[in-house]
Design a protein around this ligand. Structure first.
Ligand code: TXA
Ligand code: MG
Length: 319
């Protein structure tokens, strides 16, 4: 039996299957099975009130999971699915509470990766999948990262190579009065505005559905990470080296200092490439056992918004 058929059979049997998407690897389970979904929370060490995204084979499945599908969802799906966009819609009554965290909404997306799509078509249902990392850790962008996170406790990992986008999907809430981005991703507000007709609101509100990635300390490496301005990065590195620390620097500029206790990682100058490499680089830096990772803050433009969001959380989490 080929791997995708085996993976679909494992999902039907209530088991967990890690699989690649274009954003990050997901830890999948049958979204209609309370037992299988409970196994995700147990494996990740994730609090039970954090909702999960349900992955679908195509937009035709939307009405099975959402009781109201606003008209604008269809042109959004036509424009961006399969792709790195999660839509928050009012849940269908048959969606189990473990998926929604007890909220009245559900997160849905069609991922753009051939293996994920094959698996979804073969399974022909919703696959609940958070990023395949332990709660609060850096998300995995290769199959090896997933194995590093879970070892043998997740028996099946489909290997689809490194993820092309590299950071999690844009989450767009369509359950309220106006469309709102709850989590920025590489699909940005301008692209969404092209279909919505006007710019979506930005950021969670007190009433907006909960997004666990919006906790301050998320996506964090184990090594403390500081996000600094360009000139600051170099002076901070010098100071820390002088005081005997092992220092990693992540900057788009060529190394300005050379020192036996310094690792200078050259960052991509282009946001798409930077995002694609980010989590793998953070894991690499962690593996070097430096005392600190100094990251040069990218420019505050829309193209860098999602990357800056993840870096800010990584810095908050690593304190
Ligand atoms: O790119 C992605 O979205 C990846 C891949 C695997 O698809 N998945 C992912 O899942 O990032 P996870 O669980 O690590 O993050 C999903 C986020 C969480 O912050 C969760 O709170 C939010 O989506 N979410 C899920 N359902 C929601 C809902 N009904 N309302 C508000 N937020 C929701
Ligand atoms: Mg996650």
């Amino acid at each position: 039996m080929n791997e995708v058929l085996r993976a679909a059979a494992a999902l039907r049997a209530g088991e967990l299957v890690a699989f690649p998407t274009e954003t990050v690897y997901g830890l999948g389970a049958d979204a209609s099975s309370p037992g299988a979904v409970a196994a995700i929370f147990a494996a990740k060490g994730r609090p039970a009130d954090h909702p999960l995204i349900v992955h679908l084979p195509d937009a035709a499945h939307l009405s099975r999971w959402a009781r109201e599908v606003p008209q604008v969802a269809y042109p959004l799906a036509a424009a961006f699915w399969p792709g790195p966009l999660t839509l928050i819609l009012r849940r269908h009554p048959c969606v189990i509470d473990a998926i929604t965290g007890g909220q009245d909404t559900v997160g849905l997306r069609v991922p753009n990766h051939p293996l994920a799509l094959q698996l979804l078509r073969e399974f022909d249902g919703g696959i609940a999948a958070p990023s395949a990392n332990r709660f609060g850790h850096v998300s995995p962008t290769t199959a090896a990262h997933v194995r590093d996170e879970f070892g043998s406790s997740v028996s099946m990992v489909l290997d689809g190579g490194p993820c092309a986008v590299g950071i999690e999907s844009t989450i767009l809430d369509l359950s309220g009065e106006t469309p709102r981005i709850l989590r920025p991703g590489m699909l940005d507000a301008t692209a969404l505005a092209g279909i919505l007709g006007s710019a979506p609101a930005l950021g969670a509100t007190a009433e907006a559905p909960r997004v666990s990635g919006s906790l301050e300390s998320h996506y964090a490496p184990t090594t403390p990470l500081l996000l600094l301005g360009g000139a600051e990065t170099e002076s901070a590195a010098r100071e820390m080296l002088d005081s005997g620390s092992r220092v990693a620097v992540y900057s788009p500029r060529a190394a300005a200092i050379s020192h036996p206790r310094l690792v200078w990682g050259l960052a991509a100058a282009d946001p798409a490439r930077y995002a694609q490499e980010l989590y793998a680089r953070l894991r690499e830096f962690d593996g070097l056992h430096c005392d600190v990772i100094l990251v040069e803050r990218p420019p505050p433009t829309e193209a860098w918004c999602a990357v800056i969001d993840r870096l800010t959380r990584a810095a908050a989490g690593a304190k």
